[in-house]
Design a protein around this ligand. Structure first.
Ligand code: PXL
Length: 272
């Protein structure tokens, strides 16, 4: 008789919005997780109407529906790591905070409130809700300069500002903080600041890829989460995810007529 191999993959969960254009959100995350060797599981929080020109419309799922999806899933599957992207409302942020408190795997929190173009992905005052419930339970939070400024309540224009903001966000309870430098001014552009284990370091890109791309932040946080699922420590996971993202931008896909999505299919050179 023929035997069957039973492989147990590393499950990586994404809790995010739907981007039907496939570059960002759930769709982009699943591709990223898969490309890094993880088994992607996905809980949608909101539905966008979107193409390469931006977000046209946003419809939020109820907090109760997000809660049942998560409770049902986590009663069965056992993720090794998770990431959260757009949550959309205070009520959903609170649901995530309470679920995180009952899990023992690391959560990468990508605070997504505004898309690069189009309608806001969050309504009402979600920032305080993040501070109260989600940040204190995050293994890593990955704001860009604008999001870091909102969390830290100070301007973030230079690498020095990003370092200060990372310290403030760590004080808010996030175990580790990555302030992404893609929108910093001048020579700071592309330099990320990572605060982990009480140590601040700057991570320079091997090359700054000019242009605007879709799905960049989502791809980075999903790649980091998948690396954490394989047991990689945060600094290595961040550095290697960023290397992969650089290649994914250099070889961005020509899909749609306007902003190009990152190339999730680019080879991962240092698979976790
Ligand atoms: O880029 C952030 C982002 C995250 N999640 C969803 C999005 C976007 C940007 O458009 O649509 C669902």
């Amino acid at each position: 008789a023929r035997g069957f191999m039973t492989a147990t993959p590393r499950v990586v969960l994404t809790v995010a919005g739907s981007d039907p254009s496939g570059g960002a959100g759930l769709q982009g995350d699943l591709k990223t997780i898969h490309q890094h060797g993880g088994y992607g599981a996905a809980v949608p929080t909101l539905i966008t109407v979107q193409n390469s020109f931006g977000v046209e419309q946003v419809e939020h799922l109820s907090a109760a529906l997000v809660r049942s999806q998560l409770a049902n899933l986590l009663g069965d599957l056992e993720p090794r790591a998770a990431k959260m992207g757009a949550l959309g409302s205070r009520a959903v942020v609170h649901v995530l905070g309470s679920i995180m408190g009952k899990t023992d795997f690391p959560w990468v929190v990508d605070p997504v409130w505004l898309p690069s173009r189009g309608r806001p992905l969050a309504r009402g005052d979600v920032i305080d809700a993040y501070k109260e419930t989600v940040l204190p339970r995050a293994a890593l939070v990955t704001p860009n300069a604008q999001e870091a400024a909102l969390l830290a309540e100070r301007p973030v224009r230079t690498v020095a500002d990003a370092r200060e903001a990372a310290l403030v966000i760590h004080e808010l309870g996030a175990a580790a903080v990555l302030v992404k430098g893609g929108h910093l001014e001048d020579e700071g552009r592309g330099t990320d600041v990572l605060l982990v284990g009480g140590e601040l370091r700057e991570i320079r890109p091997s090359e700054v890829v000019a242009g605007q791309f879709h799905g960049t932040g989502c791809a980075l946080s999903a790649a980091i989460a998948t690396r954490l699922a394989f047991g990689e420590p945060i600094p290595e996971a961040v550095i290697k995810a960023k290397d992969w993202l650089g290649a994914a931008l250099r070889e961005a896909f020509a899909v749609g007529e306007d902003i190009k999505p990152v190339n999730h299919l680019v080879r991962v050179r240092n698979k976790p």
